[in-house]
Ligand binder design. Structure first.
Ligand code: 8ID
Ligand code: ZN
Length: 346
């Protein structure tokens, strides 16, 4: 039986108090499923949303979260692709129009009508969340729900970013912010796709984690000159850079050290950041700078499949949903190695 009320973390004002308390359980619309969220990853995007870092307003009050893994407990009468009891995931892209130029060309995340979990629609920092059935992720029952949760945003995003880098097996890829949530998954997807990884981040804990996950080299941005170290390791620069760091500096650096004809993929979204690239070197080295924004339904299926086959693991730490405020605090300070996942029942 589905209760009338549930535990959630919500805020009523941007940057305001994070309330842990009881709110009503939402009712699914005709094309939605109701997911009993067991675990949710905490993405840096949730922190940006709460702080109001971006030029796009959130709904208020807002329940954040967009890496929710759980069980379908109710569905609207138009839903045919999920049965009650199926395991399903709440993703950042909760819904899209499905008929615009972007939706019909596998660029659903660029749909102007996109509905965003934990931003314009209440997300996974609650025990029961609604999601459009067409976009909700199908999770195989063999997958542990806590472990799979970070795949629902971080995994999909880095997998898509690596695909859009247009590189080949044996090529070098630099991952900036490699020790964080997206970064630790990027290292593993890159390795599984046949690329060689140089990880950029800071601290001994993150270095150890990055190397264990498959990075061939680690560059500590607080200790050495990143461009020089990477150029030497990759003998001329990485063929691609996946920027998942939350600092503008790493983007500026990447535009300088990327290999001639290589690609800098922008993924991290630091507040007010601008990508700067000197035109002369940009042209003469013929480099590419492109943005990559989560992934479509096919990317979702593929990213989960890599996980289900054991090719990537989630380096997670599980804490209670009631402790979300402390997670944000640690994240802000760059203290989290890997991903923190919240248990919605604690
Ligand atoms: O679709 C998208 N484009 C998308 C999807 C999901 C998340 C974008 N994001 C964005 C988030 O909004 C956030 O801006 O990706 C960014 C990274 O999210 P995350 O992995 O969840 O954040 P994290 O776990 O805090 O990791 C960030 C890492 O960056 C390092 C930090 O030490 C941390 O480990 N870092 C910093 I701060 N400065 C650095 C630098 N100069 C750096 N690493 C290398 N060089
Ligand atoms: Zn995210």
């Amino acid at each position: 039986t589905i209760p009338k009320s549930q535990k959630a973390v919500y805020f009523t004002e941007t940057g305001g108090k994070l309330h842990y308390g009881d709110i009503p359980v939402p009712v699914p619309g005709p094309d939605e499923v109701l997911i009993n969220v067991k675990y949710s990853g905490v993405c840096h995007t949730d922190l940006h949303a709460w702080k109001g870092d971006w030029p796009l307003a959130t709904k208020l009050p807002l329940v954040g979260g967009h890496e929710g893994a759980g069980i379908v407990v109710a569905k609207g009468d138009q839903v045919t692709n999920f049965q009650l009891g199926d395991h399903a995931g709440v993703k950042w892209l909760n819904g899209s129009c499905l008929s615009c130029e972007f939706c019909t060309s596998s660029h659903e995340s660029n749909c102007p009508e996109a509905i965003l979990s934990g931003y314009t629609h209440d997300g996974s920092f609650q025990q029961y969340a609604t999601a459009k059935a067409i976009h909700a992720a199908h999770i195989p029952k063999s997958c542990d729900l806590a472990q799979v949760s970070p795949i629902l945003c971080a995994g999909i995003t880095v997998y898509k970013a690596l695909k859009s880098a247009n590189i080949r097996a044996g090529d070098w890829v630099a991952v900036t912010g490699a020790g964080g949530g997206l970064g630790t998954l990027a290292i593993q997807y890159a390795k599984a796709m046949g690329f060689r990884v140089v990880a950029v981040d800071s601290s001994e804990t993150k270095e150890k984690m990055c190397r264990e996950l498959g990075a061939e080299a680690f560059v500590d941005f607080k200790k050495v000159k990143v461009a020089d170290a990477i150029t030497e390791i990759t003998k001329g620069g990485p063929h691609a850079v996946i920027n998942v760091s939350t600092a503008e500096q790493s983007i500026t650096d990447a535009c300088g050290y990327v290999r001639p004809t290589g690609t800098v993929v922008l993924v991290g979204l630091p507040a007010h950041a601008v990508a700067k690239s000197p035109v002369f070197t940009h042209v003469v080295k013929s480099i590419n700078i492109k943005g990559s924004y989560v992934g479509d339904r096919a990317d979702t299926k593929e990213a989960i499949d890599f996980f289900a086959r054991g090719l990537v693991h989630s380096p997670i730490k599980v804490v209670g949903l009631s402790e979300l405020e402390h997670v944000y605090d640690d994240m802000e300070k760059g203290k989290i190695a890997g991903r923190v996942v919240v248990d919605t029942y604690k």
